[in-house]
Design a protein around this ligand. Structure first.
Ligand SMILES: Cc1ncc(COP(=O)(O)O)c(C=O)c1O
Length: 417
């Protein structure tokens, strides 16, 4: 049990909303980190520092404020590069969120590259953000989307993937860690299969970046999408990573200021990477805030986070699996597996929205619904699930309180149904 006491209690103090927030007389227990993380004081202070001391537009004015803002903004890009082990800063495109990052890949790469009858391989566990952009392109370019299924353990069915990937497959686009099943997909194995068939791989890393080391070179992927707000950073900032060669070959996403080299009356030429993909004034404060968040996570250490989260996840599962008629979807945690620190579950004859609403009235924040994974829920034959999602700030006491209140809630709903 030696490693079980680490980080959580200490780190919670850094998060004003977690440490101070009261709902009536009840301290809030926030168990919705997969939807968005809370922000540590270091990030909030950095946002304030930017607006108070060096707010200016980037890459434009010749004055000192603009120079300082540009310097910090580009340092933020470099921080992301290091965080995911990219090859260069030019490969990091700032976006509003992961959804926008995937849309850039779909519109700039997909629309340019995909031909009639080409195939895109997705999985049934994808977030809508990694389905809808490809549907739009598939319709436009007359190509086909195939979905890899889920096995009985609630993990990706690798045999199904092997049977569906072929020389027509031009892209495998999938989630690293599922926001609903919690499973961690074997990306290296998938990348190998994709490359053997001449396909590129896009990784939706929304649920992995804050929990495990993600190394784009080691995984040998071609695109990665991330969201700052799931990494203890601000909302309104995310990023797309891709290889310089790919980004140089494909057309820009949006047109406007900043992304051009020269504009003539009849045509324009594009700026160097990464600016070619960043039209207009970017989210400067948010990018700088995200860099501070990454620094914060690095200081704790992803290994420490991962070790802690494995234990707290096991603890949650031990308690949840003792509740009668409660079913967790997705695989059970094991020590050698990077299962997400979350559990999506349903209780026979009780609607998950009712569970979440009553828990909310007791000061416990969880999520309910389809978690933007309608095809997955439909496939499992479930309308909705309740989802509790943790991170390194979650304590055993939080889980103890949650379990007590969940049992009260289920009993109440059983008696009144
Ligand atoms: C797995 C996954 N992909 C994509 C997204 C979309 O992220 P965003 O809304 O920040 O673009 C989410 C958000 O919940 C997610 O969990």
């Amino acid at each position: 049990m030696k490693t079980f006491q680490i980080y959580n209690v200490h780190e919670k103090k850094d998060f004003p909303l977690l440490a101070n927030h009261d709902s009536g007389n009840k301290q809030i227990i926030y168990l919705d980190h997969a939807a968005t993380t809370q922000k540590p004081i270091q990030v909030l202070d950095k946002l304030n520092e930017y607006y108070k001391n060096f707010n200016a537009n980037v890459h434009r004015g010749a004055h000192q404020l603009s120079a300082k803002a540009t310097d910090e903004f580009e340092k933020a890009r470099h921080q992301i590069n290091k965080y995911i082990n990219a090859y260069s800063d030019k490969e990091i495109i700032f976006t509003r969120n992961a959804t926008e990052a995937i849309n850039i890949a779909a519109r700039s790469w997909g629309e340019f590259y995909l031909k009639e009858n080409d195939e895109i391989l997705l999985t049934l566990m994808e977030h809508h953000s990694n389905i809808v952009p490809w549907q739009l392109i598939a319709t436009k370019n007359k190509c086909k989307i195939k979905y890899v299924g889920i096995n009985n353990e609630g993990e990706l069915d690798m045999e199904d993937l092997k049977s569906k990937i072929n020389k027509k497959t031009k892209l495998v686009s999938l989630v690293h860690i599922s926001n609903t099943l919690g499973c961690c997909n074997p990306i290296k194995e998938i990348t190998k299969l994709a490359k053997e068939n001449g396909a590129l791989v896009l990784l939706d890393a929304c649920q992995s970046l804050a929990h495990i080391k993600v190394d784009v070179q080691e995984l040998n992927i071609d695109f990665l999408a991330g969201s700052g707000h799931k990494l203890c950073g601000p909302t309104g900032i995310g990023f797309l990573w891709s290889r310089e060669k790919i980004l140089n070959e494909i057309p820009p996403f949006l047109g406007g200021g900043e992304m051009i080299e020269d504009v003539f009356e009849e045509k324009s030429t594009w700026a160097e990477l990464p600016h070619k993909f960043e039209a207009g004034t970017p989210a400067i404060a948010e990018a700088i805030g995200l860099a501070e968040a990454l620094k914060y996570i690095k200081n704790i250490g992803l290994n420490n986070i991962n070790n802690y989260e494995k234990k707290i996840t096991q603890y949650l599962f031990n308690h949840l699996s003792n509740i009668e008629n409660l079913h967790i979807i997705g695989p059970s945690p094991t020590n050698d597996q990077n299962r997400a620190s979350l559990a999506a579950f349903y209780v026979d004859n009780i609607h998950s929205n009712d569970i979440a609403e009553i828990l909310d009235s007791k000061g416990v924040c969880i999520r309910s619904g389809h978690h933007c994974c309608q095809p997955l829920h439909r496939h499992l034959g479930i309308k909705s699930t309740a989802r509790v999602s943790m991170n390194f700030t979650t304590t055993k006491e939080d889980i103890d309180t949650f379990i007590i209140k969940l049992k009260e809630t289920i009993n109440f709903l059983r008696i009144n149904s």
